[in-house]
Design a protein around this ligand. Structure first.
Ligand SMILES: N[C@H](CCC[C@H](N)C(=O)O)C(=O)O
Length: 265
């Protein structure tokens, strides 16, 4: 059997996109998703996304990590799914869709930039053992602020892996974002992320930079926050509430179609 697919990327976080409006893809088939995301034996991607019809929303986004596990939100994937929905003619330039963490709104500018509204974020936790702040922006994230000029040389794979499989997080896992504050406020915050489910550093993580922007607001960052990942620049806007929660959170950045094809399954 052949499966038609599209390949998208957002700041270097790449996804296999499947038009599954008819709900034919078996979402319990972890081995198949894992195979399709394999960079040597399959198409290759950090994750796979199904675009499905939904009775109350423009569409539903069903996200899987490269290891085949389903369940949490993906910010870069969300922007790519919005661009994909536009390509398919499912939406025009604005939409309301459903993802794993609930409803999202989004808009696409004429230049392809997608503004994706994220869920409100209510709490954050200091994790002393890992010298970081933990928050959930649709997916779980630890944010660790690094001393100046140390991020470029950091072994994100080794450091991230030690935290992800350490006592605090080993059961459910977490994504880990290492951050460097800019030397002057007009420059972007630099971020490198170890991603759960890929179990490696990726070029960019959308829910990750969202978590970084919110955590950085306690270190002087003001909305809009510019964030530079190895795969490119993203922006996050938000409103901080007096009780410590955040609302009106938007992740803003590009989403590009790379190629499409058919794969044997
Ligand atoms: N790359 C994604 C994050 C996926 C989250 C996933 N790695 C997990 O929490 O299991 C993003 O752009 O938000």
């Amino acid at each position: 059997m052949t499966l038609p697919f599209f390949k998208y990327q957002g700041t270097g976080n790449d996804f296999v996109m499947v038009d599954d409006r008819a709900h034919r893809f078996d979402e319990t088939n972890q081995a198949l998703v894992h195979h399709l995301c394999d960079r040597r034996r399959g198409i290759g991607a950090d994750g796979l996304i199904l675009l499905r019809e939904h009775p109350e929303y423009d569409f539903e986004m069903v996200y899987f990590n490269a290891d085949g596990r389903i369940g949490s939100m993906c910010g870069n994937g969300g922007r790519c799914t919005v661009a994909f929905a536009k390509q398919l003619g499912v939406i025009a330039s604005s939409t309301r869709f459903l993802a794993a963490d609930g409803p999202h709104e989004a808009q696409i500018d004429a230049d392809g930039t997608v503004h994706l509204r994220m869920q409100d974020v209510t709490g954050h936790q200091h994790i002393a053992e890992h010298d970081g702040v933990f928050l959930n922006t649709g997916s779980p994230h630890l944010v660790r602020f690094m001393p100046a000029s140390t991020l470029a040389e950091l072994n994100v794979f080794a450091e991230g892996r030690a935290i992800r499989y350490g006592n605090v997080f080993k059961e459910h896992g977490t994504n880990i974002n290492f951050v460097e504050k800019p030397a002057t406020p007009d420059l972007p915050w630099q971020v490198r992320t170890y991603e759960r489910g890929v179990e490696d550093e990726t070029l960019s993580c959308g829910t990750g930079v969202t978590a970084v922007a919110l955590a950085a607001s306690r270190h002087g960052a003001q909305s809009p926050v510019r964030l530079l990942t190895p795969g490119g620049e993203l922006r996050v806007t938000f409103e901080a509430l007096p009780d410590g929660a955040f609302t009106n959170i938007f992740l803003i950045g590009p989403a590009q179609r790379v190629f499409d094809g058919q794969v044997e399954i």
